[in-house]
Every structure is written in structure tokens, then in C-alpha cells.
Design a protein around this ligand. Structure first.
Ligand code: IVH
Length: 736
């Protein structure tokens, strides 16, 4: 962003004004592109408004200098290259804003004045949450979803039909009846906090990118070239308006939206009708009170005139309806001081910096710490020194502005540089793990060639922080799946020293008395805590020895039942960085036994050039090989693994190709969003049946299994005359 000149507009010479207008046009265009096309705002809304205001003021003072590409009057940015353009049959508008109760009273008063002559007119209004996501327009013809587009600049958006089709809240066919022949349903695509958190965690475990907030993540998810990625993000959709309609859906806004629900859409459960400012404001307060528990971001309440007849009469100003207004929530913000930066270590060793703050109340909640994401975010620039989105130069001692939107994780939105202590220095992430002391490094992303923004502890299983999280992973559903050994028991066994590594799980039975004691003490402690909380004392306190420990026998039996796991599960259970279920299965197939994988892993680690030792395997790239080298090259992991293999004997991988299956020997491609199986299940299933699974379609492909949202692969298949079947047909064919 060009620094805003402080010189009063009236003091500018013509040359200065011309130069400034040129700079402002560039900065505003860049900010528009960053916000609307790349979903990666680089400056704050306030900074953006300041640029526009300055531009407008100069243009007013120097009307002859107004540029052909003046940003005034242009909202947003033209669509990004890549998606086809869609001209909206009816433009997608924005909303005027109200910030105070008085603004709302004024809005109603304007309406009453406008309809003054209609003495008996009762204007009604609707009030509903303003969802903080991305608006989309969905065209239905004869009840069938035919095209979906982004808002774009309001007049022209982008065709993201394939991506929108993957959203479960968007019906492919309308249900019920009475829908117009053609209707564009409009609403908001958004991501829930739960989904956002889950994605962040998945991505961290797989060494993928970091995500900062749900809105930008939803935006990025919608712009994927590959709809299966969009599908994996579990986006949601609320319908709240419509564009072109061959017939009016209902006489009022409220009834129209109720119809959308009958046709299969999600509508906000918080939409009400009201008749005056007091009622609207009361509903605003109700929604505000529920904001933190909704599970997704909202940033205000939208009021709309209910009667469509009155909407038409009241009409529009440039780009905005007169008959609607968005009553924004005040940003819940507070200023506090960063007292320190703590480092938390996750299962895969990610060092997560967390700012320790002077406790501060933000929107009724006391905030004592806030995530700083990663070291690039703290530095405000990446490892090449280039500024990054949403990053700030944050130092210990800095005064910072904290914002909480709903119950979304609090964030630092501003650093008050003018209050920075003179001795504050840029923060430096530790280069060794604060828990175990192993080196903490940043990996290079193979695809982008860039350094990962996160630093990781390389200690793997010997790091206590990683160890306890790894143990949870080891016993979890997709891994060894040990029933009864959940997070709580693992934490208990780990903290009491009963289980230090995975091998110890299998010897717990030999230490039955200790396990019994630890569990009894824990129960006793919980009971006491309950007593203290309730003020009641227990009547029959049985002695620890009296208790019935059937549960323990069950747990030991469940552990024993997993002493001979499938090799792929075992490899996955080890929690080696970058090795998810799919890669673990490839490794199991390739090496057949754990011993062989270990042998090759160690040899590769010892070699100067890993590629001379490690065989070239489809689906195993440099990142995975590096991770294996790190793991098997770490002597401290040897001990742990040896002890584990003394207890657990993974079954050698035997290829069971059913030569008689109808798909044996065929090359299959899966595309689109699969609804009954995950991509890796589909692959494993096909391979078990003797088929080869390929990632892309060619003339050699025999069958394309296409789920909803299939895009370019479907086209290619059709061009090559490849047989295309649905997921259901696939199951039929293989006889399930
Ligand atoms: S109505 C003609 N209702 O806010 C009115 N918009 O500032 C069109 N938004 O682009 C919009 N929740 O992305 C409407 N309940 C709601 C909304 C909503 C979120 C967004 C929408 C629009 C922007 C306008």
C-alpha cells in the first residue's frame, strides 16, 4: 500500500495531485484484487476506506485530473482469470450499513416518509443474521440446479457450478412444488468453526498450508480448480434472497424465504418479522447474544422491507437497495500487551507460538492468550522477506488490538507500533524444541519450493509433547483402533509414567496392580472434586480394593486383540510425518513387511543421495522419503520401534488379487465427490479387486467412476469414449 500523504488536499499542487491519484488508483486496484480475487486482503478495511476517501477528496478538488481508470464508482474487482464469466441476470447488490440504533431509527423513518401518502400502510420488516461468508447465485431451471456463480463485481461473477454442487446444503433438484420455472436463489456460502478447526488440524498433520480465518478459507475453497477439494471442505449455504425469477416466489420476503426451506434449502432459524425500530433492535440484541454459540461467523443483522410491492416502490440507489440495511455488530475489540510468547508442540511436532497477554475482556470474555499461527505471521513476512497477508510484526512488549468475532478464536488485528517499547526486538522462534531439545526446522514444500511457514520439532517419538499426542493417534480409530484406550486414559497412563511409548501399552497387563491403583486414584480424585463442587458427601465409600475391575480386563483384551495389526495400519499408527492412511498403504504394498521398510528406510538414511537407494514408487515423493529418512535415521526412534516390535507383529502384506472379479486388470479413475466411500477406501477396494487405480483419465482408462461435481476428467473420458459409471453403479458392478 502506498503511504497516505498527510498533506491537506487544498495545499496540493496540480503535479502532486496527479501523482497521488496515479498512486492511489494503483493501490486501490491492488487492494481490490487482493480482497476480491485472491481472498487475501493485504490492508485493513479502515486503511482501504482511507485510500478511497483521499482519492475522492483529490478528485473533487481537481476534477480535471480524474483518471480514466479512476477507482471511484468501481466496486470490487473483475473476475479472476480461470473460471468462465457469468453475467448475473439481476445484479448482485451490496447493502447500506447502520452502525448505531439511531441509524436504524433513521432507516425506518426514511421508509415512512417515502410512503407518507399511504396513510394506512403498515410497513413490515424482516430481520436476520448477516452471515460472514461469500455470496453465491444459484440458477434453477425447472427445479434443476444448472449454474452457480460468485458475486464478482455484482454484474459479472465467476462460474463455480462444479464447486457449488459439492455443497450439501445446495440441492441439485428442488423438492416440494410451486417453484418458478427459472429462479436464481441467492445466499451465503460459509464455513463453520468446527470445520475450520478440523481443516487446520488435518492440514497441520499433513504438512499442508496454514489457515487464518473461516471466511477466507471458505473463499479459497470455492475457488478450487478441483471440486473434490471443495467437497472435502464441507462448506455450508444459507439461502436468503433471489435474483431473476420467472415468477415472484411469494408476495413477501418472509414467505419467499420460507418457501426456499420447502424447496430444500437451509434458511436462517433466526429470521423474524417486525413492524418497528424497537422490535428490530430487540431482535438485533437477541442475535448478538447468541452470536458466540452459533458456530459460524456473522457480522450483523440485515433488515429488509417485507412486502415485495413496497421493495419495488422504494427502489435502489447505486448498487444498494433502499429497502434494506445491514446493522453491523461493533467489532469486539480491546487493547492489551503481549507479555510473552509461549510455544506449544503438537503431535506432528508443529511449534505453535501463542501470545501470552495481560488478561483483557473482549465482548464479555476474558482473553489471556491468542494464537500467533507461525513465525512468518509474527514477522509479517515470509522467509524470503516478502510481506504476507494478515501477518504483523509482533514483538514481546507490544500493545496490540485483539478482536473476537463470535466465539471464533481471538485474533490480533493491529499492533500499536507507536506504543512499542524502545527495546522491543523482533521475535525469534526457537530453533530447538522447547520440550525435548531436538532441532526444530522448517521444511521446504516440494511443490512450491517455499519454506513451510511452520517450524517443527524433529524429535518425533522421543519428544514428550509429541509422544502423548502420538500415543493417542496410535490407538485411534484409523490406526490400531484399540477400544477403550481413548485420549483420557492415555493422558492418565502417560502422566503417571505407566505408558511412555507405544510398546508400554502392550505390557500394561503385566503391571495390573499399578494400573488399577492409578485408575482408582483418578476416580477418587474425580469423586472428591464432584463432592467439593456439590457440597454433598458420599455415603458408601467403598475401598479401592473392593471395586470391580471388569473394565480393566476388557481393556487388556482389546489391547491383546491388536497384537497382529495389518501392516498399513501399523505404519500409519507410527504417526510418521507426512504419512497418512493412503501413503501407509502404498508403503505396505511396496515393502510387504515392516522389517523390509525399516531396512530400506535406514539404508536410505545412511546414503548420501536417497534416490539411489529408495525405489521409485508411484505416490511416494521426496517429502515422504525425507520424512522416512528423518524417522529411520533418528537413532532414538530405533529403541522405541524395537521395543514395540517385540510386542506387536504386523501382518506381512499379502496381495490378494481376485482374478475373477469383473474389474480385475482394469484401469479405473475416481472423480467428483464420492458419497459412500472416501477416496482412499475407493482406491483400496478397487485394488483389492485386482484393478489399477489411476489419477488421470487417458485412452488407457477402462472405467471412470464419477460422483457429483465431476469436471474435466469426465469431459476427457467422454472424449476418449471411456465408460462412465456412477458410484452406485460401481457398487452394483462389484456386487456390494
Ligand atoms: S441480502 C438485496 N441477506 O452481505 C440484498 N445479504 O453487504 C442482497 N449477506 O453481498 C443481500 N447475509 O454477501 C443479504 N441475510 C443476508 C446476508 C447478506 C450476508 C452478505 C451478502 C451481500 C452482502 C451485502
Amino acid at each position: 500500500m502506498s503511504d497516505l500523504s498527510q498533506k491537506p488536499v487544498e495545499d496540493l499542487t496540480e503535479d502532486e495531485a496527479r501523482a497521488e491519484l496515479e498512486g492511489l488508483a494503483k493501490s486501490i486496484a491492488a487492494a481490490d484484487i487482493a480482497y476480491h480475487q485472491n481472498d487475501a486482503p493485504e490492508i485493513t478495511d479502515a486503511e482501504y476506506d482511507a485510500l478511497r476517501q483521499r482519492n475522492k477528496a483529490i478528485e473533487e478538488a481537481f476534477p480535471d485530473l480524474v483518471r480514466a481508470d479512476s477507482p471511484t464508482g468501481v466496486v470490487g474487482a473483475a473476475p479472476a482469470e480461470g473460471f468462465a464469466k457469468v453475467r448475473h441476470a439481476v445484479p448482485m447488490l451490496s447493502l447500506a450499513k447502520a452502525y448505531t440504533d439511531e441509524d436504524v431509527v433513521d432507516f425506518i423513518a426514511r421508509g415512512r416518509r417515502f410512503f407518507e401518502r399511504d396513510k394506512d400502510l403498515d410497513i413490515a420488516f424482516t430481520a436476520e443474521p448477516k452471515i460472514d461468508g461469500l455470496s453465491a447465485s444459484l440458477r434453477y431451471e425447472n427445479g434443476v440446479f444448472v449454474q452457480g456463480a460468485t458475486r464478482g463485481d455484482g454484474a459479472v461473477g465467476e462460474d463455480i457450478t462444479a464447486n457449488l454442487r459439492t455443497i450439501k446444503d445446495i440441492p441439485h433438484k428442488l423438492s416440494g412444488s410451486g417453484w418458478p420455472e427459472v429462479i436464481e436463489i441467492r445466499g451465503e456460502v460459509y464455513m463453520t468453526y468446527a470445520e475450520f478447526q478440523a481443516l487446520k488440524e488435518r492440514s497441520a498433520a499433513a504438512g499442508g498450508q496454514d489457515y487464518v480465518n473461516p471466511r477466507n478459507t471458505a473463499a479459497g475453497s470455492l475457488r478450487q480448480k478441483d471440486p473434490t477439494i471443495t467437497a472435502s471442505r464441507n462448506l455450508r449455504f444459507f439461502a436468503y434472497a433471489w435474483g431473476f425469477a420467472s415468477e415472484e416466489p411469494a408476495p413477501t420476503q418472509y414467505e419467499a424465504v420460507q418457501k426456499f426451506a420447502e424447496w430444500g434449502f437451509q434458511i436462517s432459524p433466526l429470521m423474524v418479522r417486525a413492524t418497528n425500530a424497537d422490535e428490530l433492535i430487540a431482535h438485533y440484541r437477541t442475535i448478538e447474544a447468541q452470536r458466540a454459540s452459533l458456530g459460524y461467523d456473522i457480522d450483523g443483522v440485515v433488515y429488509k422491507v417485507d412486502q415485495l410491492e413496497l421493495q419495488r416502490r422504494w427502489g435502489f440507489v447505486t448498487g444498494e437497495p433502499r429497502w434494506a440495511i445491514a446493522h453491523k455488530f461493533p467489532a469486539e475489540r480491546a487493547t492489551t500487551v503481549v507479555r510473552g510468547i509461549d510455544i506449544q508442540v503438537g503431535r506432528t511436532g508443529t511449534l505453535a507460538p501463542v501470545a501470552r497477554l495481560d488478561p483483557v475482556s473482549v465482548g464479555g470474555v476474558t482473553v489471556v492468550n491468542v494464537t500467533l499461527h507461525n513465525e512468518d505471521y509474527i514477522a509479517g513476512k515470509d522467509s524470503n522477506g516478502l510481506p504476507i497477508r494478515e501477518g504483523k510484526d509482533i514483538r514481546i512488549g507490544d500493545s496490540v488490538v485483539i478482536q473476537r468475532a463470535g466465539d471464533v478464536i481471538p485474533q490480533i488485528v493491529d499492533v500499536l507500533v507507536e506504543k512499542r517499547p524502545a527495546d522491543a526486538v523482533p521475535y525469534e522462534m526457537p530453533h530447538s524444541c522447547p520440550v525435548c531439545g531436538s532441532p526444530a526446522t522448517r521444511e521446504i514444500n516440494e511443490k512450491t519450493g517455499k519454506e513451510d511457514s511452520r517450524r517443527r520439532c524433529t524429535g518425533e517419538l522421543i519428544c514428550p509433547a509429541q509422544a502423548v499426542e502420538s500415543l493417542k493417534h496410535f490407538a485411534s480409530r484409523g490406526a490400531l483402533d484399540i477400544e477403550g484406550l481413548g485420549a483420557e486414559n492415555i493422558e492418565l497412563f502417560f502422566s503417571t509414567g505407566l505408558v511412555k511409548t507405544a510398546a508400554d501399552i502392550f505390557t500394561l497387563k503385566d503391571r495390573r496392580a499399578d494400573v488399577q491403583r492409578v485408575m482408582a486414584e483418578k476416580r477418587e480424585e474425580q469423586a472428591r472434586a464432584r463432592e467439593l463442587a456439590s457440597g454433598k458427601t458420599r455415603k458408601n465409600v467403598r475401598s479401592v480394593e473392593d471395586r470391580n475391575y471388569q473394565g480393566l480386563d476388557k481393556l487388556f483384551a482389546a489391547i491383546d486383540a491388536r497384537r497382529e495389526p495389518e501392516l498399513d495400519r501399523f505404519i500409519f499408527a507410527l504417526g510418521i510425518h507426512h504419512i497418512g492412511e493412503t501413503t501407509a498403504a502404498v508403503l505396505a504394498r511396496t515393502f510387504g513387511t515392516m522389517e523390509e521398510l525399516m531396512r530400506v528406510g535406514k539404508e536410505t538414511a545412511a546414503a548420501e543421495d536417497p534416490t539411489t537407494v529408495f525405489p521409485s514408487v508411484d505416490g511416494i515423493g521426496g517429502t515422504v522419503i525425507d520424512a522416512l529418512v528423518d524417522f529411520f535415521g533418528n537413532e532414538r526412534n530405533d529403541e522405541v520401534l524395537d521395543a514395540l516390535l517385540a510386542e506387536v507383529h504386523p501382518k506381512p502384506y499379502v496381495v490378494t488379487i481376485s482374478a475373477d472379479s469383473v474389474v480385475a486388470g482394469k484401469t479405473i479413475v475416481f472423480t467428483g465427490s464420492l458419497e459412500k466411500m472416501t477416496r482412499s477406501e475407493a482406491k483400496a477396494m478397487a485394488e483389492r479387486l485386482g484393478a489399477k487405480v489411476a489419477g488421470s483419465v487417458s485412452a488407457k482408462t477402462d472405467i471412470l467412476v464419477a460422483g457429483p461435481g465431476a469436471g474435466s476428467k469426465l469431459k476427457t473420458a467422454q472424449e476418449h469414449g471411456v465408460e462412465v459409471i456412477s458410484e452406485d453403479e460401481w457398487f452394483e458392478r462389484i456386487g456390494r
